[in-house]
Design a protein around this ligand. Structure first.
Ligand SMILES: Nc1nc2c(ncn2[C@@H]2O[C@H](COP(=O)(O)OP(=O)(O)OP(=O)(O)O)[C@@H](O)[C@H]2O)c(=O)[nH]1
Ligand SMILES: [Mg+2]
Length: 128
């Protein structure tokens, strides 16, 4: 086996789940995208930062919560809200979360990707 493949296997052993932060304004299609990627028609299970199942009302987002679809447990998603609302508090919360995750020394706790959802079929994407 090649050294690159050995390294990939070792990384997957240390970190079996891929952690993704999803950003975008309300109604951007974030949840739709996640369900599509995970081939799920069900809503994801929600876990707190302690990895315990969290009771969470539909539509309420907390960036610390971990969303996992039963159909594809290889991904852990964090869903942000209000990133584009202009609220300094919300932007700071997202930035703090990214900084905190970057500072952790544990690969499985770090963010491996950030997806920014931008609707292209709304008035925002069209010429006036
Ligand atoms: N036209 C169009 N509509 C979409 C697309 N993706 C999602 N929608 C619709 O847009 C609405 C919002 O989609 P969601 O996936 O719930 O959006 P969201 O970003 O998760 O919204 P919040 O959780 O409220 O922030 C739903 O009615 C979807 O059916 C798309 O690519 N094109
Ligand atoms: Mg959503």
């Amino acid at each position: 086996m090649s050294p690159a493949m050995d390294e990939a296997i070792e990384l997957r052993r240390k970190c079996p789940q891929f952690r993704i932060l999803v950003l975008g304004r309300a109604n951007a299609g974030k949840t739709t995208l996640l369900k599509k990627v995970c081939e799920s028609i069900e809503d994801p299970a929600i876990y707190g930062p302690n990895n315990k199942r969290a009771k969470c009302a539909r539509g309420i987002h907390d960036i610390e919560l971990q969303l996992i679809f039963k159909s594809n447990p290889g991904f852990i998603f964090h869903d942000s809200r209000g990133f584009e609302s202009g609220s300094a508090e919300e932007v700071a919360k997202v930035k703090d979360f990214i900084d905190k995750r970057a500072a952790t020394g544990t690969l499985s706790h770090q963010l491996h990707a950030i997806w920014y959802c931008l609707p292209t079929d709304s008035a925002l994407g069209k010429e006036p």
